[in-house]
Design a protein around this ligand. Structure first.
Ligand code: HEM
Length: 203
């Protein structure tokens, strides 16, 4: 390690997780979540695969950014590790950011999965809650949208194209549930409904 690297790796990191930052509806997500009531429905050449799963999702507050000198976004980074209940094998690994634009009341979710597919989903949040006072956060993206889009490799575009993605998260008081639908054009089905849902508790 040279002197530059020594100084760089030991530099003090900015504390961007102080209480002054407004994460809006995302604030309730910060922390480590675990849940074992997951259900995945995924495409198979001869039909569907239904897999019960457990998972850990870690959301980390990373502070705010300013875009073009005017748009302020606050952001969480997350990592989602999903294991089959039958044998504990990790069969899905996902990462990305959740962002909150308080001025526009807009929530954004950028996600990457290691199939060479990335999504930038968006939605409005105007204080929606359920009867228990939990925040209801909804985002979506589609191949046809001009605003919230999907990017995929040439292989995936030809063989297993993601046409749309929608997700609903309900979070509050240390509990979270989500449901999501990914529409995939695969194995001759132009609109295969690949779905995932789970209930998690804050660790
Ligand atoms: C909890 C979340 C998820 C789980 C557990 C999961 C699991 C799976 C499984 C088991 C398959 C079938 C793989 C195979 O048979 O080889 C699959 C396929 C696929 N998934 Fe997901 N998935 C999740 C989320 C997503 C998301 C968020 C996207 C994209 C937005 C996505 C896109 C795809 C695509 C495009 C395929 C087709 C690839 C193929 O089967 O050859 N998945 N997923």
């Amino acid at each position: 390690m040279n002197l530059f690297q020594l100084v760089w790796y030991n530099r003090p990191l900015p504390d961007m997780s102080n209480g002054e930052i407004d994460y809006g509806p995302l604030a309730g997500l910060i922390g480590v979540w675990k849940g074992d009531k997951g259900t995945d429905i995924a495409p198979e050449p001869d039909g569907t695969e239904n897999t019960p799963y457990r998972e850990t999702i870690t959301y980390t507050a990373i502070g705010d950014v300013k875009n073009a000198g005017e748009q302020v976004l606050t952001a969480l980074h997350y990592r989602q590790i999903v294991q089959r209940k039958s044998d504990d094998e990790v069969f899905h690994d996902q990462t990305g950011y959740w962002m909150w634009d308080a001025a526009e009341l807009t929530v954004m979710h950028s996600l990457q999965i290691p199939r060479a597919v990335s999504v930038l989903a968006g939605g409005h949040f105007n204080g929606e809650t359920n009867e228990a006072g939990q925040a209801i956060i909804e985002v979506s993206a589609s191949a046809e949208s001009n605003d919230w889009k999907i990017i995929e490799s040439p292989f995936m575009a030809a063989k297993a194209s993601t046409r749309s993605f929608s997700q609903k998260i309900v979070v509050g008081d240390g509990n979270m549930s989500y449901s999501q639908t990914t529409l995939v054009d695969i194995y001759g089905s132009p609109e295969f409904l690949h779905t995932d849902e789970n209930e998690l508790v804050l660790g």
